[in-house]
Design a protein around this ligand. Structure first.
Ligand code: NAD
Length: 279
């Protein structure tokens, strides 16, 4: 893998950072791309500083981006850049930064995503649009920006982070589920479209991973103690998931690495969900 360059959106934390670390460990050169508002100061890590970061829970900022680069940089050659996947020019700049730093791009991981839940009557039009802008249009904009570089690669692949919520609808989750069903549809369409060019396009469908999405939004708890939060989350999920534990960010990294390297696999939406979703 040492000759392969990977760009991971939403790579500053959570599942994205897990993917970054697995690819760095495998010897790839990795560009972490994420929102980079705020300051590099750790005291600012919980404040939102730009429009893109203003959401119902805090998204990643410059401090997270720097911290991720330092952490993953201990495993291999890792750089970072800012991207807002809802902005076409920003996507083009992230690809250009990757080529400038590493000379090529072989694997694009469209992982950036946001969640918002709630009953339909209370769901705002702005939130609906934002969920689709990041989770769905973001895949289009990033893939379009990366395509010229991927076409130059001898072994190119795209991996989209969809969700088990892209295979089954859940109450109060119509925007998120709709955006993730769309992500799987885009994956299959692009897999077919790019097959003659040798570019494989697949999706991972994470089950339930204890990242900000769950801990800050879907299952918020009163405690501020992160260990206690994680323990509560793991206990709750142990009951719900056939394999008896939530998924880890490393599980997602391993699945993404498999899909990026499996030479005759394309158009797949691979559930990594401990048996909670089997379609
Ligand atoms: P997370 O909030 O920790 O990570 C999401 C990342 O995306 C953040 O770093 C955030 O800053 C970034 N992001 C958001 N908007 C962006 C934008 N406009 N431009 C660039 N980056 C942006 O949550 P996570 O759980 O690690 O989510 C990663 C992916 O996994 C998402 O696509 C999510 O929908 C998907 N997913 C998560 C779970 C889960 O259980 N956590 C389950 C299924 C799917």
């Amino acid at each position: 893998m040492s000759d392969r360059v990977v760009l991971v959106t939403g790579g500053a934390r959570g599942i994205g950072l897990g993917i970054v670390e697995v690819f760095a460990n495998a010897g790839c050169k990795v560009m972490i791309a994420d929102l980079g508002g705020g300051t590099a100061d750790s005291s600012a890590s919980t404040s939102s500083n730009s429009d893109a970061e203003n959401w119902n829970y805090n998204l990643a900022n410059k401090h997270d981006l720097n911290q991720a680069q330092n952490k993953a940089g201990q495993l291999g050659e890792v750089a970072s850049c800012e991207v807002d996947v809802t902005d076409s020019d920003s996507c083009v700049r992230a690809v250009a930064a990757t080529i400038e730093r590493f000379g090529q791009l072989d694997v694009l991981i469209n992982n950036a995503g946001i969640v918002q839940s709630g009953p339909l009557l209370e769901f705002s039009e702005d939130d609906w649009d934002k969920v689709f802008a990041v989770n769905t249009k973001g895949i289009f904009l990033m893939t379009r920006a990366a395509l010229p570089a991927l076409l130059e690669s001898k072994d190119a692949a795209v991996v989209n982070t969809a969700s088990i919520a892209g295979k089954k609808g859940y109450a109060d989750m119509s925007a998120y589920c709709g955006s993730k069903f769309a992500a799987i549809g885009i994956t299959q369409s692009l897999a077919t479209e790019f097959a003659p060019s040798g570019i494989r396009v697949n999706a991972i469908c994470p089950g339930i991973v204890g990242t900000a999405m769950w801990l800050e939004h879907l299952m918020p708890s009163n405690t501020t103690d992160i260990d206690e939060k994680n323990r509560d989350f793991e206990d709750a999920m142990a009951e719900r998931i056939p394999m008896g534990r939530p998924q880890s960010v490393e599980d997602m990294g391993q699945a993404a690495l498999y899909l990026a390297t499996a030479k005759n696999v394309t158009g797949v939406a691979l559930s990594v969900a401990g048996g909670i979703e089997m379609n």
